[in-house]
Design a protein around this ligand. Structure first.
Ligand SMILES: Cc1ncc(COP(=O)(O)O)c(C=O)c1O
Length: 451
């Protein structure tokens, strides 16, 4: 192992970081994290903080989940890899699919298609949606609708349904036939509507309008996050997702729930769809499925879609899609152990309690600091602060201020994530009350330093 001088000296010099400007990474080298325990991470200088980012929304059970580590180590010894492409499978993936079928039964999802992560899961769901309609003879249903502000990963399909210009502009032209409607984002929306329920209705009307304009028979699917995450934690009104479900059903459009963040408890419910009482046609999952310890994902498929694929005799249902690491035995073993532990700990309960504590704490900080334009949360351990330089104009805060705030919060005991004008909090779901307080007090110190 090279010493810390070497690591600091070479930081960001020989690699390009995702979601960062290479020049900026050189000018401001990233924090070097070298170890982690429980919900805390330690950097190269030995500074230990609560990880309010939860890895990247994925380390739901913290960094010391021994059963997942043991499952990975044991599986590496027995069968470190074998493919699940046609003709072969492995014992772990069979068991995992059965466990996922039980876990997602209340969501009406009974088949799994395995992937290597969130973007893969989204891509797979988009592809299977088109294929579903083709098998049924509706070849014209190829378009995708989604929400502005939505984040669906970075593959060409996912980026095309993405609702944020940052992930699109430099990579255009993207997939044709993808259209975004306004998100139920009360702080900023084209209707100037601040009432969540009325805004939800307006967004649903926009969806109906877009479907009428495109022609329902041209649309394969609508994809949405039950609670928008990376776009700045935007929980819709409880009427929104059920309303989307009804509209999709009425027009024969598949509803794809992107639950890469919300599946497995983060929202305070076992899935985001269940949180709103909705059964989607497909669900993209990843991240917490292995507690972030192994790159893995699963698309869950609704029971009612299975006949179309499984009883097809034309050959159109042959799946011409998949990844070398689909159903990886080590990932499957990790997911099996992770699912059992997630259930044993009943994580949604703590996610809801700590989520409420943090949300209340953030609302109190808003009373104290003018910089906080909007506080979003109230549904499990996913919260955001949107910072503004002027509350009346809602002008975004400058990068330097938010950077300084993050730095001071880190010194004061918490790693928080900055994304544009937003501070996003997505700590592990096993966070304690005292650790939640540490996050709030670190933020308080950060705001005090820049106010
Ligand atoms: C809702 C959602 N979908 C898809 C993705 C992409 O997942 P990955 O980064 O594992 O490819 C993410 C990642 O944050 C996400 O939040």
């Amino acid at each position: 192992m090279k010493d810390s001088n070497f690591l600091k000296e070479h930081n960001a010099k020989s690699l390009w970081h995702p979601m960062a400007h290479p020049g900026d990474s050189l000018a401001n080298p990233p924090a070097i994290i070298t170890s982690a325990q429980g919900v805390k991470i330690t950097d190269i200088d030995g500074h230990e903080v609560v990880d309010a980012v939860g890895g990247l929304w994925n380390v739901n059970l913290g960094f010391s989940c021994q059963v997942v580590k043991d499952a990975i180590a044991a599986q590496l010894d027995v069968l470190p890899y074998y493919s699940t492409f046609r003709g072969t499978t492995n014992d772990q993936v069979i068991q995992l699919a059965e466990e996922l079928r039980k876990f997602f039964a209340p969501d009406g999802l009974t088949r799994a298609f395995f992937t290597s992560g969130g973007s893969d899961s989204v891509e797979s769901a988009l592809r299977l949606a088109r294929q579903y309609h083709k098998i049924r003879g509706e070849e014209g249903r190829t378009k995708f609708l989604s929400l502005k502000k939505g984040y669906h990963g970075t593959h060409m399909g996912g980026a095309s349904v993405n609702g944020n210009a940052n992930f699109r502009t430099q990579y255009e032209p993207l997939l044709p036939g993808c259209f975004q409607i306004p998100a139920p984002y009360t702080y900023r929306n084209p209707f100037n509507e601040t009432d969540p329920e009325r805004l939800a209705q307006l967004c649903l009307q926009a969806l109906e309008d877009e479907i009428a304009f495109q022609g329902a028979g041209t649309i394969a699917a609508f994809i949405m996050e039950p609670i928008l995450g990376a776009g700045g934690v935007i929980p819709p009104h409880s009427s929104f997702m059920p309303g989307v479900r009804d509209i999709c059903t009425k027009h024969g459009i598949l509803l794809l729930a992107d639950e890469v963040i919300t599946a497995f408890g983060r929202s305070g419910s076992w899935s985001g769809s269940r949180h709103w009482g909705v059964q989607p046609d497909m669900m993209a999952t990843a991240k917490a499925i292995t507690n972030g310890y192994f790159p893995f994902g699963a698309v869950m498929i609704a029971d009612h879609m299975t006949e179309t694929f499984e009883k097809d005799t034309t050959g159109k249902a042959a799946i011409g899609h998949g990844y070398t690491y689909s159903g990886h035995p080590v990932g499957a073993a990790a997911a099996l152990a992770c699912l059992e532990e997630t259930l044993r700990l009943n994580v949604p309960e703590n996610a809801a309690a700590r989520g409420t504590q943090i949300h209340q704490g953030l609302l109190a900080l808003q009373q104290k600091y003018e910089l906080i334009g909007d506080v979003r949360g109230g549904h499990g351990l996913m919260c955001a602060l949107e910072l503004v330089s002027d509350r009346s104009t809602k002008a975004a805060v400058d990068k330097k201020t938010i950077g300084k705030l993050q730095e001071v919060a880190y010194e004061a005991g918490a790693m928080v994530r900055v994304s544009g004008p937003n501070i996003i909090l997505s700590p592990p779901l096993v966070l304690s009350e005292a650790e939640a307080d540490t996050i709030l007090s670190a933020l308080d110190a950060g705001f005090a330093a820049v106010s």
